[in-house]
Design a protein around this ligand. Structure first.
Ligand code: ZN
Ligand code: ZN
Length: 151
């Protein structure tokens, strides 16, 4: 596969679709597993997200529903977007980090090419899920915000 053309994604039923204007090569190795209880409740398992500039993300079809999640570490809301037809979680924004978006890697057309570089909230991970061996790990999000936070 080449790096040409916008990266695209959609929910399961394809009622909602989106495009990214950032090259695959810039983000393909920057996935983050999150093992927090919120992700377990929302997604049934850890989540796998990639963080982008919000300006590099555009919904091109449909209009996702959302809800405001205030059970966050910062206390500031995360807005979680999903398809109201099929229920797929698609992306998240955060009042604590304006201008960022966290896209659910599984909704990207080229999801299988993505790799994680980190894993967070490892202390609440479901034990039966083997945690990745060589990733930057944190029991919460990144210390000092010196690296892009994925939540
Ligand atoms: Zn859908
Ligand atoms: Zn989480």
């Amino acid at each position: 596969m080449t790096d040409n053309g916008p990266l695209k994604g959609s929910c399961f039923c394809e009622a909602v679709a989106y495009e990214l204007s950032v090259p695959l090569s810039e983000i393909v190795s920057r996935g983050c597993f999150c093992n927090c209880r919120t992700c377990q409740k929302l997604f049934g398992d850890r989540s796998f997200d990639v963080a982008l500039q919000l300006s590099d993300f555009k919904v091109t079809k449909g209009s996702p529903s959302s809800f405001s999640d205030t059970q966050t570490a910062s206390g500031k809301a995360m807005i979680r977007y999903f398809c109201s037809d099929c229920g797929s979680s698609i992306y998240t924004t955060s009042d604590a980090r304006p201008g960022r978006v966290w896209v659910k890697v599984g909704t990207l057309d080229r999801a299988s090419e993505f790799r994680p570089d980190s894993e967070i909230y490892v202390d609440s991970g479901i034990p039966s899920i083997s945690l990745e061996q060589d990733l930057t790990k944190s029991i919460k999000h990144y210390k000092g915000m010196d690296k892009e936070v994925h939540y």
